[in-house]
Design a binder for this molecule. Structure first.
Ligand SMILES: NC(=O)c1ccc[n+]([C@@H]2O[C@H](COP(=O)([O-])OP(=O)(O)OC[C@H]3O[C@@H](n4cnc5c(N)ncnc54)[C@H](OP(=O)(O)O)[C@@H]3O)[C@@H](O)[C@H]2O)c1
Length: 243
């Protein structure tokens, strides 16, 4: 039975991804801060899908722990899905370095730290699949969320480079670009229903990207075109917009 590791497993998206993989016969390793709160999900997956779901303590910001965290996993996962992230408050972050650092380090540094460990192992095995959840926010900086967006831009570029390196090691790396998704992260935002995906849509996209070895996938296809339009607005006009 194949095994999937889900990093940031308490999020709504991660729960949907865990259910999707369990329904396809994968054993699931749920990694999160305070993983004991995931016991109900663990039991549900074990009983409903007759798989082996295990819980693992993981903090993306505790870089020094990442190698030991991965070394302890038995079996090693066939696939690793990097879901964790932190939107933060852009306005607070402008004057508060610890908020800026938390946004940058959760979305970029922490992801790089753990995926370096995972990818080195997969390279040594000449097999494995990595899926990273980035964001369309990384495609052009906007005044409302450029700290989060710049960290996701870095993560998107990291995944692209990793995909290029890992291709030669028989390891696939997929980048997922969600637009808006209904989750705890966006619970206090008024989102346009037509443009907004559900966590289950993300889960289906992740599974398909991994299975069909897709490179970059937009959860809702039209976000690729929305971002193309946004990116094509000339800078002298873009800087005047309130986005
Ligand atoms: N929702 C959207 O519209 C949207 C759009 C584009 C991209 N995304 C991306 O999708 C991913 C999932 O987001 P979501 O919407 O499901 O948000 P969410 O509900 O806020 O989930 C974020 C998860 O990241 C975890 N996390 C944060 N810091 C962590 C750390 N230091 N170590 C380990 N885990 C940590 C949180 O853990 P705790 O439960 O312990 O706090 C939480 O479970 C994120 O990468 C996000 O940036 C979301």
């Amino acid at each position: 039975m194949p095994t999937v590791l889900i990093l940031g497993a308490a999020s709504d998206m991660a729960v949907a991804i865990a259910k999707k993989y369990a329904s396809k016969g994968f054993n699931v390793q749920l990694a999160a801060r305070n993983p004991s709160r995931l016991q109900a999900l663990q039991s549900d997956l074990n009983i409903r899908y007759n798989i082996n779901c295990t819980l693992h303590e993981f903090d993306a910001l505790n870089y020094e722990s990442h190698q030991a965290f991965f070394d302890r996993l038995a079996p090693k996962p066939d696939q690793t899905i990097c879901v964790f992230g932190y939107l933060g408050d852009n306005e607070t972050a402008r004057t508060n370095w610890s908020e800026s650092a938390k946004i940058i380090h959760t979305n970029y540094t922490g992801a790089v730290s753990i995926l370096n460990v995972v990818s080195n192992y997969y390279a040594s095995q000449k097999s494995g699949i990595i899926v990273g959840i980035s964001s369309v926010a990384g495609e052009r900086g906007r005044q409302s969320n450029y700290l989060y967006g710049s960290a996701k831009a870095g993560f998107t570029a990291y995944l692209s480079g990793l995909r290029n390196r890992m291709f030669h090691e028989n390891v696939h790396v997929a980048s997922i670009q969600p637009g808006f998704v209904y989750t705890a992260m966006t619970a206090n935002m008024k989102l346009p229903p037509l443009l907004t995906a559900k966590p289950e849509d993300v889960a289906n996209t992740v599974f398909k990207a991994a299975t069909k070895k897709k490179n970059t996938v937009y959860v809702k296809w039209f976000w690729r075109w929305i971002m193309l339009i946004i990116k094509s607005v000339p800078e002298f006009m873009f800087k005047k917009l309130k986005l």
